[in-house]
Design a binder for this molecule. Sequence first.
Ligand SMILES: [Zn+2]
Length: 519
Amino acid sequence: MVRRSPSLRFFGGFLAFPGGKTSPVDADISVQSVRPVAASLKLVPPLSTRIVAAARELFEETGVLLARDSENSFPTSTSQLTSWRRELTTQKLTFRQLLLNHGLSIHEADFVRLGDVITPPFAPVRYDTSFFLAHLPPGQEADIWPGELDQGFWSTPKEVLNRWKRGECLVSPPSVVILQALEDQVAEGLDFEGAARGIEDSAATTRLAPLFQFHSSGEIPPIFFAPEVRLIPLRTLALPPTSYTNAYLVGREKSYLIDPGCGEPDERARLFRFLDQFVKEGARLEAIVLTHQHIDHVGAAAVCAERYHLPILAHPLTARALENKIVVTGTIQDGDRLDLGTPPNGHNGPGGINGEPGGVSPRSWYLQAIHTPGHASGHLAFFEPHYQLLFAGDMVSTISSVVIAPPDGDLTIYLESLRRLAALNCRLLLPGHGSVSSSPRQTIELCIRHRVEREEQLLAALASGPRGLEDLLVEVYKGVPEPLMKFARLQLQAGLEKLQREGRVVMNGNGWELLGLAQ
Ligand SMILES: [Zn+2]
């Protein structure tokens, strides 16, 4: 396992397997193959390019070089490998030159392809990733040079998952499901020998095949950002640039479904299949929880409530906003707790599971409601103190800025609510739209800064004289695509109302005018 540097935007601070993106030049390196690639395998980029990328990234990240010389042997000299690696990472040599210079070649048989995963649509950038199994060549050692990665270690799936359950580390969602699939396999004493020799029906590949097939089936994949915390990206009527809303399913013994927002029958059917399976496996659904009333967060609430006989919980102001649309059967106030039952690492008290040192030491496991008006007057965020998770609803989006639409939206109150969330001690921020953030405070502060900058732009525009709303819109939001202009207009209105309340602008016959100009 390697740990991605906390400063990285994508999965910063998460444990993952070594690897990275294909580079255009990877296609120029040929791969020695003992058999033709199956015609049915139509990968883009092709398997050979993916193998080269895997070999190159593995060498750059860990110093392990899966390339053979003319005598079919792997290089073993540590000093040689170190100097080659330095030449490669400082771009003195390309990977192709390096292999040519030393008479090395890459062999397909050294890489057992386990399967492919495409990032589900919660992320703005999606990756199609192949996973491979390989043997550490005799005499070589893996070590991490600080940079994009800041840790690396050998471990068993069980050890990593136990650390994860104790809250001692973050693990990237695809790694979680692979580790889970292999967890008991290692315990059963099955090894990877067959797989590493290229025998595709080996224990490891057999165990992982259903997982990868599931990923390509179009069904909702298991995406765990923390133990028993599933992200479910659902196609909804969300505002551009996205058309997805993240629902979250938290807990197992007692679980809550937050913001099931899909409205179309086929997307609801997908969600039902996912939840049917969840319940079939012995999990218990307690309630549907709504962060606020917007359609892309509540679209499937009523149908889920009916199908699984669940109450719908929300803030009283959300319940009022949904009157005659959705029956909210229970209300949640600021500070209320939703009990999640036994935490994934048990109730073992200080020291975590089996008294081992470090990590969280829960007495109970719950979600705590935080009333965060601003985007919507009854908006609730949820804090989970066990793994320090913040379910942010529409308070923060990691792909766009949040719309503040008066009168239910209020910019002043929104900023106050954001500051309240920024003060929490969180490890992950799980938003309604976009990817999960592993630097919650910076993410929230970025939202606040964005609003402050917009306000400065507005004040600068007003400084040259009174203006009507439409003129200001053109000036402050120039370059915004036409379909989004109506949202920009709402933002502008919210900004002006805030300044008006603060006594900094006034609306009169000339339009909006800055106060206190003549000093
Ligand atoms: Zn919303």
